[in-house]
Design a protein around this ligand. Structure first.
Ligand code: ATP
Length: 229
C-alpha cells in the first residue's frame, strides 16, 4: 500500500492535507469541497466502485478497509494533522475506525454520527469534533420552513445567524438610529445589495427595501425578527 506522503504529496502538505475515510454522499461532498478550496485530500473507501468514481477528483484515493490498524499506518494516517471519519451507516466500522485513528495520535479527528447514542460513544472515545449532518440539517430546515428566513445557521448552543429581508421599520433610517439591538435583541451584521454584493453594516448604514440582511442573535430572537414585516 502507498503512503500518501511518499506518493507525490510534498511533506509540506502534511499540516494542511486532510484524510477523509468513507466517501459516501457526506464524505464525498466534504472531500470535493476541500479540494475546491485548495486542500489536498486522501480519500479512503472500501468499495471499488466508490474509489473509481473519485479517481482524479481527489489528490489520492485508496480502496482500503479502515478498520485495520496496519492499513491506516501504511497509508500514513499518523502523519495527518486532520482526519475525518465519514462512515455513518456501519456504526461498528465508524467506532472502530475512530478509535484506531485516535490511537495513532492524529491531533484533530472529526467524525460523523447518525444518532445521539453513536455521537456519545464517539465523544467518549475522545473524537475531537462529532458532527450530526442529518440532525443539524433537519433542525435548520425546520427554521427555514417555519420562518421567512432564506438561511439559518446555529452557531453553538444559543446563537444563530440568519439571512432574511429587512422589516420596514429599519429601512431608510441609519441603523444606529433604529435601536434594533436594544428593542429586538438582534444585530444586523451585513447586507447584500443588488449590484454591490455583501458589505458589513455600520451605524450609518441605511438599508433599502430590496436589500438582504444577515442578522445575529439567539434563535428565538432572530426567528421573531425575521417574521416582522
Ligand atoms: P452517506 O449518507 O454519506 O452516503 P452513509 O452513512 O449512508 O453515508 P455508509 O455506508 O455508512 O454511508 O458509509 C459511507 C462510506 O463509507 C461508504 O462509501 C462505505 O463504502 C464506506 N465505508 C464503510 N465502512 C468502511 C470501512 N470499514 N473502511 C472504509 N470505508 C468504509
Amino acid at each position: 500500500m502507498v503512503n500518501f506522503f511518499t506518493r507525490g504529496a510534498s511533506r509540506t502538505t502534511e499540516t494542511t492535507a486532510v484524510a477523509v475515510i468513507g466517501l459516501g454522499r457526506f464524505g464525498s461532498a466534504l472531500a470535493l469541497e476541500l479540494m475546491a478550496g485548495g486542500t489536498e485530500v486522501l480519500g479512503i473507501d472500501d468499495r471499488e466502485e466508490i474509489v473509481q468514481n473519485h479517481n482524479g477528483l481527489l489528490t489520492h484515493v485508496v480502496r482500503a478497509d479502515a478498520t485495520k490498524a496496519e492499513t491506516l499506518r501504511q497509508l500514513g494516517i499518523p502523519e495527518f494533522e486532520r482526519v475525518v471519519v465519514a462512515i455513518g451507516g456501519d456504526i461498528q466500522a465508524s467506532i472502530l475506525t475512530s478509535a484506531l485513528v485516535l490511537k495513532l495520535a492524529v491531533p484533530t479527528v472529526w467524525a460523523k454520527a447518525v444518532t445521539d447514542q453513536h455521537g456519545e460513544i464517539l465523544t467518549q472515545l475522545g473524537v475531537h469534533h462529532v458532527v450530526y449532518p442529518e440532525k443539524d440539517m433537519g433542525k435548520r430546515l425546520a427554521h427555514l420552513v417555519r420562518g421567512a428566513m432564506q438561511d439559518y445557521i446555529e452557531v453553538g448552543e444559543n446563537f444563530a445567524i440568519v439571512k432574511t429581508m429587512p422589516p420596514k421599520f429599519i429601512v431608510g433610517t441609519p441603523l444606529g438610529e433604529t435601536r434594533v439591538r436594544a428593542t429586538h435583541g438582534v444585530t444586523v451584521t451585513a447586507f447584500d445589495r443588488a449590484g454591490s454584493g455583501w458589505s458589513y453594516t455600520t451605524l450609518d448604514t441605511v438599508l433599502e427595501p430590496n436589500d438582504i440582511i444577515l442578522i445575529a442573535g439567539t434563535p428565538d430572537r432572530v426567528e421573531a425578527f425575521s417574521q416582522l414585516k
